[in-house]
Write a protein that binds this ligand. Structure first.
Ligand code: SAM
Length: 277
């Protein structure tokens, strides 16, 4: 894949532009969907929430634990973690829109004493060693210009025994590389590792891998279902944001759909900072 190296500020501007419509369509969760099959009647927000649940379940969070939500988006995941698990969440993102939206969402949900958000780049974290019990990186490591450095930062801010869970795209078939390049350019991806490469990066950063899955066929593999359900809300979204904004949003994501269904996987992985390190 042709590598894009985008400064975090540029990624932040991209999310300032894309997140308002994405937030509306996916109810505050800016990540992929999970549909069992084409007849699955889950709505888009429900299908997206399945990913939230599947990834965060791997963390084994306990009440009162402090989690870093790295690349937190507009805050729905953090609200879920406080209400479902009783966790405390600090969210960071490079998008100003997302910091404001996530802060507002936590206040509306009445959890702003347990979920706070700030502008920050995960490559260089402003937290002391061992500050967190868990780190979540839900579809955000794809923007890491130096993935190993980011994983070492997560390792540093975790206490010994702390857990990291992430989900992200994986490269399943490099045949037809032009389609992959189109996909990567539309998202501004910096990396698209294979499943084995993801796991190697985790181990190289000092993590012990405890769980992983590749559920791409139910995620990217359901791209035509996503197009159908998103189209059903087109008029409503256009009425709220305007035709021009919606056209810009759709044009920016057109290349996302270029790969064949079996070329792009979706990895969920969970790992632990071992106690000895
Ligand atoms: C696909 S969205 C996922 C958002 C959220 N995790 C969710 O699942 O709803 C990617 C997120 O990564 C954030 N991001 C990208 N690069 C980042 C960086 N260097 N540091 C912190 N956040 C970053 C973006 O601002 C955005 O919030």
């Amino acid at each position: 894949m042709r590598r894009t190296r985008s400064a975090p500020e540029a990624i932040g501007r991209m999310y300032d532009e894309r997140s308002p419509i994405g937030d509306e369509l996916r109810d505050g969760q800016l990540h992929m969907w999970y549909w069992y099959d084409d007849a699955d009647e889950a709505t888009l927000p429900e299908a997206v929430h399945r990913i939230t649940r599947k990834v965060t379940d791997t963390l084994g969070l306990r009440p009162g634990e402090h989690l870093l939500d790295a690349g937190c988006g507009p805050g729905e995941t953090a609200v879920y973690l406080t209400t479902e698990f009783g966790a405390r969440v600090t969210g960071i993102t490079v998008s100003d829109f997302e910091v404001a939206k996530a802060t507002e969402r936590a206040a509306t949900a009445g959890v702003d004493d347990r979920a706070v958000f700030q502008h920050g780049d995960y490559a260089s974290l402003d937290f002391p060693d061992g500050s967190f019990d868990a780190v979540l990186a839900l579809e955000t490591l794809q923007y890491a210009n130096d993935l190993d450095q980011v994983l070492r930062e997560f390792h540093r801010v975790l206490r010994p025994g702390g857990r990291l869970s992430f989900s992200d795209f994986s490269l399943e078939s490099a045949h037809d590389p032009e389609r992959i390049d189109t996909f990567a350019a539309s998202l501004g991806l910096s990396v698209l590792p294979t499943l084995d490469e993801w796991l190697r990066h985790l181990r190289d950063a000092g993590f012990e891998v405890e769980e992983y899955t590749q559920c791409g066929p139910r995620v990217f593999g359901r791209k035509s279902k996503y197009l159908r359900v998103a189209m059903e809300r087109r008029e409503e979204v256009a009425a709220k944001f305007g035709e021009e904004a919606l056209d810009g949003y759709s044009a920016g994501l057109r290349g996302f759909f270029a790969p064949r269904r079996d070329q792009i996987g979706y990895v969920i992985a969970s790992a632990r900072r071992t106690r000895a390190t």
